[in-house]
Ligand binder design. Structure first.
Ligand SMILES: Cc1ncc(C[n+]2csc(CCOP(=O)(O)OP(=O)(O)O)c2C)c(N)n1
Length: 780
């Protein structure tokens, strides 16, 4: 397909304008908002209550650490202490500016965001919704002695839900079973998917790709949700920030190339608390005076970007309300910078030698938990709204918040610890044969669906088998969306996805910028928000660019969220050499992924397995890294035209034999089969076992083969050092030692960088002759 956009040479001289960035423009103030009806007494008190709840929560942490928390004098809190005291107006105001159904992603300093998100959702719930939630957590309510009485009214239901929220937040910090993430995520990874909180991230900036992906989901399924991506000023300098904003800003989302011209609805919110740990983004570690200026670099007109006073809850709320409106109208993404300050150090162990006390004192004058109550007391509310807010009202609210927090802390400390034998719980989500939800079960292709003619014997090329798997799954489930670098018109570097854009259109098959981290990160965000993304990383060498997103996000969120959400996504990537592409386009890096619990790793060696396994991978609820060997794309074997799946985690005996087993995966399986043929002539009968899935590894089939043959060679094309051969050998030794008549041997590439020179690449690669020689050596 020829690109829609012509590239035209325009050499006329011109000057590009710099888009303006409004700074601290909020002037309305509390009374004007009340009079205009944009704020009422209830909302005011709710904003204050949230700020107080955050303060109470974090003061509790500081006091526990200082052994000064009277309610729990001897409690040993061992987790991190990245508290955000001082920043309450930003968390509260920003989250008040989005709708309860919207998503947030947050950071290591995210207690405030989590408190506010949960609070807002509770306040937005119907009575029935509240009852359903309370019913779901009846056992916890019992433990915290907060079960509402039969026929309880709104106030009592709401208070029970708030107590439950605070309890689950604290229980998470204390590593308790009742925590939002079952106590396995802890302070820096709090997630509450039920309330649209897609997780806090201890990897600075790690959640930005997820935010872009959740926004892409929302744009795709048209659910009107906005994503608020809260991260620090330091985080916004990380590479993923640039990649995620680039990904979310791609013109094709808005300019009509895709069927729906609608910008990705993400608010990239920079929580500028003036310091990273001690580094200062303004004046030291960036060249900017306001970080929101970065919006100018992502869009011809500049993204909507503005700077708001993050110490003023109303200013933060108002800027976010406008930003969210823009997003909902299709003008996202947008950038908001909140200027704020943390009164404590980076963590409680930070001696803060890098700043003057005077500076901290000056910012404390703007403490929102002091300034906002003053504004409330001075404001005039109508009698219908309940009349004036008095200092007594404020004091009563304060007391209620602190008492609730203390009570919940005591109850959380008495909570149950996750049992040690649950250590592996939620590592992987269970694969179930679930039907596609009706809404997505009948996708309409936009072009003719190709059929792939088999050659004699039903033979089909590996490349086409992968393409056929993609087509079948995209026809089965509208949630399956493909994206990656040059996968649309070009069809990917190996032409695997060629023609799919004509069949499914650009909304389901789209190119991305060269942003490997954001590609994988967006897939995580899309998977978390119920799509089934299949992304492509052109060569597996580039998977190293994605390591945080693959290893810390995709692999970890099922576990780290306590099983709240699994991450059903597939990363397709090509590995392997033999084409003289040398060090950075020829590696076999599967062992990098097998080292990461949480990932499924698949490495099919023929077209039949590739098709059946890819279909299984797309339907699997876990993140799958799917390695396709470059040298296999033109190989052919019979592939049925009828629907079939190959199960994940099941090895295949590719050739039966009795004298020695060769375990191989990917291209080396073909070499092993050729070697076995040659050895047959010498009277050596070789069994070839292809695990097909490296993780989870089918140890039983491998050991059963070794039991039969007594000898085993494990081979692959990766460098030997740290390769997956080591794991296979260990498993055989642990589980099949008694059957062995000779040591298990390995044959992998020399521990060098893949070279270009043919003489050296030949030396580097495993081949049939080397395998045959290694098997002969086993027989003596
Ligand atoms: C990728 C990564 N690099 C470094 C760190 C260590 N670290 C933790 S917090 C932090 C400062 C983050 O600054 P910022 O994003 O401004 O957030 P703040 O801590 O100020 O809220 C650093 C460097 C990390 N957690 N992740």
């Amino acid at each position: 397909m020829v690109k829609e956009i012509d590239v035209i040479y325009h050499p006329e001289p011109k000057t590009l304008p710099s888009p303006p960035v409004p700074v601290f423009q909020y002037q309305r103030g509390i009374q004007e908002e009340i009079d205009a009806g944009t704020l009422n007494r209830t909302t005011c008190l709710e904003l204050l209550e949230q700020m107080m709840m955050i303060r109470a929560f974090e003061e509790m942490i500081a006091e526990i650490k200082a052994v000064a928390y009277q309610a729990l004098p001897r409690f040993d809190y061992i987790g991190p202490t990245h508290i955000s005291i001082g920043q309450e107006a930003t968390s509260t105001g920003a989250i008040a500016g989005i709708a309860p159904a919207d998503y947030i992603t947050s950071s290591h300093r995210g207690h405030g965001d989590a408190v506010a998100k949960g609070y807002t959702v509770i306040k937005g719930m119907s009575d029935d919704g509240l009852r359903a939630r309370l019913q779901k957590y009846a056992a916890m309510l019992d433990h915290i002695e907060s079960t509402p009485a039969e026929g309880a009214g709104r106030a009592e239901l709401g208070e029970a839900a708030l107590r439950l929220h605070v309890y689950r937040m604290i229980a998470e910090l204390f590593g308790k079973n009742d925590g939002y993430c079952r106590g396995v995520g802890g302070s820096m990874h709090i997630a509450d998917f039920e309330s649209g909180h897609l997780g806090a991230n201890a990897i600075v900036g790690g959640h930005m790709g997820i935010a872009a992906g959740a926004g892409i989901s929302s744009r795709y399924v048209e659910d009107g949700k906005v994503v608020l991506c809260l991260a620090g000023d330091g985080a916004y300098q990380n590479g993923i920030s640039h990649e995620a904003i680039t990904m979310a800003t791609m013109a094709q989302f808005r300019n009509g190339l895709m069927k729906r011209a609608f910008g990705v609805p993400v608010i990239f919110a920079i929580v500028n608390n003036q310091y990273a740990m001690s580094g200062q983004s303004i004046g030291e570690t960036t060249g900017l005076d306001y970080l929101a200026r970065c919006g100018a670099g992502y869009d011809v007109d500049g993204l909507h970007a503005e700077v708001a006073d993050g110490m003023d809850v109303l200013a933060a709320r108002e800027a976010t309300l406008r930003a969210a409106k823009l997003c909902r109208e299709g003008h996202g993404p947008v950038i908001l910078e909140f200027v704020t300050y943390r009164f404590k150090g980076h963590s409680l162990s930070d001696p803060q030698a890098y700043r003057e006390r005077e500076e901290v004192r000056a910012w404390m004058e703007r403490d929102p938990t002091v300034t906002f109550p003053k504004q409330l007391v001075e404001a005039t509310f109508s009698e219908e709204q309940g009349g004036a807010i008095t200092e007594k009202d404020i004091e009563a609210l304060r007391r209620r918040v602190w008492e609730r927090n203390t009570d919940m802390a005591v109850k959380a400390a008495k909570g149950t610890d996750p049992p040690p034998d649950s250590i592996l719980l939620h590592m992987y989500a269970e694969a179930k044969d679930e039907p596609v939800p009706e809404r997505y079960a009948d996708p309409k292709p936009v072009g003719e669906v190709p059929t792939f003619e088999r050659k004699e014997g039903g033979v089909l090329q590996y490349r086409l088998a992968v393409r056929e798997a993609l087509i079948e799954e995209m026809l089965r489930d509208e949630r399956v969306v493909l994206f990656g670098e040059d996968i649309a018109e070009y069809g990917g570097a190996f032409a695997v996805t060629k023609g799919l854009i004509e069949v499914f259109g650009r909304d389901r098959v789209f190119n991305t910028a060269i942003v490997e981290s954001a590609i994988v990160g967006a897939a995580v965000g899309m998977a978390m928000t119920d799509l089934r993304p299949v992304c492509e990383i052109m060569y597996d060498d580039f998977i190293l660019m994605t390591m945080d997103q693959t290893g810390n996000q995709a692999a970890k969120w099922s576990y780290m969220s306590g099983g709240q959400k699994s991450v059903p996504m597939v990363i397709r990537t090509a590995h392997g050499g033999g084409r003289g592409y040398a060090g950075q386009h020829s590696q076999c890096l599967e062992s990098i992924c097998t080292h990461m619990p949480g990932l499924i790793v698949i490495c099919p060696s023929d077209a039949y397995d590739a098709k059946g396994l890819l279909k299984s991978a797309i339907r699997n609820p876990n993140p799958v890294v799917f390695f396709e060997h470059q040298q296999l794309y033109n190989e052919e074997v019979p592939v049925p035209e009828e629907e079939y799946l190959v199960p994940i985690g099941k090895a295949a005996v590719k050739r039966e034999g009795t004298d020695a087993t060769v375990v191989a995966w990917g291209w080396p399986v073909l070499h092993a089969l050729k070697a076995a043929e040659a050895l047959e002539a010498e009277g050596i009968s070789v069994e070839v076992v292809d695990p097909r899935t490296l993780w989870p590894l089918d140890v039983d089939t491998i050991v059963a083969s070794v039991r039969k043959t007594g000898r085993c060679l494990v081979t692959c094309q990766a460098v030997e050092q740290g390769s997956f051969t080591g794991e296979v050998v260990s498993q055989i030794v642990e589980n099949g030692f008694d059957y062995l008549d000779a040591p298990v041997m390995r044959l992998a590439a020399p521990n060098s960088v893949p070279p270009c020179a043919q003489s050296l690449e030949r030396e580097f690669l495993v081949n049939p002759d080397k395998i045959a020689a290694a098997v002969r050596a086993l027989m003596v």
